[in-house]
Design a protein around this ligand. Sequence first.
Ligand SMILES: NC(=O)C1=CN([C@@H]2O[C@H](COP(=O)(O)OP(=O)(O)OC[C@H]3O[C@@H](n4cnc5c(N)ncnc54)[C@H](OP(=O)(O)O)[C@@H]3O)[C@@H](O)[C@H]2O)C=CC1
Ligand SMILES: O=C(CO)COP(=O)(O)O
Length: 338
Amino acid sequence: MTEKIAVLGAGSWGTALANVLTENGHDVRLWSHNPAQVIEINEQHTNQRYLNEAQLDAKLTAFDDMAQAVDGVDIVLSVVPTKAVREVAGQLAKILIVNKQKVIVAHATKGIEPKTYKRVSQMLSEEIPTENTVAIAVLSGPSHAEDVIKHDLTLVTVASSSMPIAERVQKAFSNHNFRVYTNDDVIGTEMGSALKNIIAIGAGALVSLGYGDNAKAALLTRGLAEISRLGLAFGANPLTFIGLSGVGDLIVTGTSKNSRNWRAGYQLGLGKSLAEVEDEMGMVIEGVSTTKAAKELAAQRHVQMPITDAIYQVLYEGKDIKMAICELMQREATSEID
Ligand SMILES: NC(=O)C1=CN([C@@H]2O[C@H](COP(=O)(O)OP(=O)(O)OC[C@H]3O[C@@H](n4cnc5c(N)ncnc54)[C@H](OP(=O)(O)O)[C@@H]3O)[C@@H](O)[C@H]2O)C=CC1
Ligand SMILES: O=C(CO)COP(=O)(O)O
C-alpha cells in the first residue's frame, strides 16, 4: 500500500528516514523551515550540511510550507530535536484543525523535555488534539543516519499502544535493508532511546581519556542498569531494555564515531568546554539536556543513577571527568542486582 507521509524536520535523521520511505515507493513530503535547504533537496537531491555528499532519491520532495507538506497525508513523522517538538507540533496542530484532518502521528526524536520531564509522545499528545490524532507511534533503535543513507543493514522498532498502527508504520518503513519490529511499550522505547545518549557522552570521554575495553563494557552495562531502573519506575516493560531501543541503541551510540553524543563526550575528555563542543558540533547533542531531566526525574522517583549524576556534574558543575570516574569507582560496595 502506498502511503502519503509528511516528514517534519530535514536534519540528518529526518532526511535519511524520508529517503527510506521514498525509496519504498511512498508519496513523501519532507518539510524544512529553511527555504535554501528545500531548494537544495529538490534541485541537487542532496542535504550537504547534514548528510555530506549522499545522493537522495530524486522523487523525495521538500517543502518550506508545512501546510502544503501535510495536505492530504495519513502519516506525519516528526523528526526535530526535543527542544523543537512543541513548536513544530503546535504548527502542525493548527494546520490539522483547519483541514479537519486526522493523522497517525509518528516521531523519531530521542530526548526528555527539561523542566516538564515529559517524553516526546506526551508532548505530542498535549500539542495535537485527539480529534486530529489516529494514534501516536515512536520509531527507535540503533540507527545512525550516516549508515541508513548508505543502505547499511539497520533494525529498528516501532512502538505504539495501538498494534494495528505500529504494524502499519512497520510496513511503510520495511525493506530488505531496513527491518522493523513492533513493540507496545511506548514508555520503555522512549526512555531507553533518550537515556542512552547520556551514557554515550560518558563512553566517548572514556576513549579520549585512554581507558580500555573493560571500562567501556562496564560503563555500557552499568549504564543500562540505571536506564532500566528509571524506566521501570515509570512502568516500562523490562524486556524493552534488552531490545533494539534499549541495549541496541546503547551499543551503537556508545561505541560509534557517528554518534553526536559519543563525539561530544570524546571532545569533553580532551578538555574542551561544553560550550565549545556544542558550538563545533552544529547538530543536536540530545544527551546534554536529557542528563538534566534524567537527574531530576531520578531524584523525584528515588532511583539511583550514579553515572547520570556524575555526567551531570561534569556537564553542569565543571567537575573534572577523571575525578568523577574516581568517585564512581570508590562508591560504597553494592550488589549488582537491586
Ligand atoms: N542523526 C541520527 O542518526 C539520529 C537522530 N535521532 C534523533 O532525531 C532527532 C533529530 O536529530 P537529527 O536529525 O540528528 O538532528 P540535526 O541536528 O541533524 O537536525 C535537526 C533538524 O531539525 C531542524 N529544526 C531545529 N529546530 C527547529 C524548529 N524549531 N523548527 C523546525 N525545524 C527545526 C533543524 O533545522 P536547521 O538546522 O535548519 O535549524 C534540522 O533540520 C534527535 O532527537 C535525535 O536524537 C534518532 C536516530 C538517529
Ligand atoms: O540515536 C542515534 C542512533 O541510534 C543517534 O545518536 P546521536 O544523536 O548520538 O548521533
